[in-house]
Write a new protein. Structure first.
Length: 227
């Protein structure tokens, strides 16, 4: 390990479940977080230089909830004097907007391989999505939020739905593998998000390994830690 690299100090938040009618305001949350961070700093713990939020950013993935979450995140980054490049976001099952998805559902098991793969039982009916574009409507609100907060697009293809955040000055690459692929209550296979950290250079071969790992998640397989 290069001893000249700066240490990576990660502030990891999860399950913020922001809603527009939230009883605990963003101002209160920021106050508590700031107090804790300053307290740790006084004890000699470095100030975080990466903010990682790993899922369930909102409660129901409504547009207003993402606005609430954006306000919280913007305030936190400002407090830490960090740019959006030092923010990592991974969606959770509460960040899937099912009302959007339900508009695109069709009755029946479908005929194509894709349609059969994402079909599920809902009471006496079997429902499916026409194609991947229809299926991805589930994350449209999250994608719009991600683009605003991160300044880049979130992947649309199922097998490519992972993010790479590289921090060369920290000698760190963070891979966010999102497996909110089939997380509706009707799907037999349910899985959560994964965050994998890796020290060292990010090679093209490594990206291929990551993509394969993500495909395994989409296929319902188990994720093994990248070493």
């Amino acid at each position: 390990m290069d001893r000249n690299l700066n240490p990576a100090v990660i502030l990891h938040l999860s399950d913020t479940h922001r809603t527009a009618e939230e009883q605990v305001s963003n101002a209160e949350l920021l106050q508590y977080l700031t107090r804790d961070i300053r307290g740790y700093t006084a004890q000699g713990i470095p100030t975080p230089n990466i903010v990682l939020i790993s899922g369930d950013i909102t409660q129901r993935a409504e547009v207003a909830e993402y606005t609430e979450a954006e306000e919280l995140i913007t305030g936190l980054l400002a407090e830490l004097k960090l740019s959006k490049d030092h923010l990592i976001l991974v969606p959770g099952n509460h960040d899937v907007h099912w009302p959007n998805a339900e508009k695109t559902m069709k009755v029946g098991a479908g005929t194509t391989t894709f349609q059969k793969e994402v079909a599920f039982k809902a009471g006496p009916l079997t429902l499916h999505f026409e194609d991947e574009a229809a299926f991805q409507e589930r994350l449209e609100n999250f994608r719009n939020f991600y683009s605003r907060v991160k300044g880049r697009d979130y992947p649309k293809l199922r097998a490519g739905s992972f993010t790479l955040d590289d921090f060369p000055n920290l000698g760190l690459t963070v891979v966010g593998l999102s497996s909110v692929d089939r997380v509706h209550q009707h799907y037999r296979i349910r899985s959560g998000n994964r965050v994998v950290t890796k020290r060292g250079a990010l090679t093209q071969a490594r990206v291929h390994d990551i993509a394969q790992c993500n495909q395994d998640l989409v296929d319902g397989g188990r994720l093994e830690r990248l070493e």
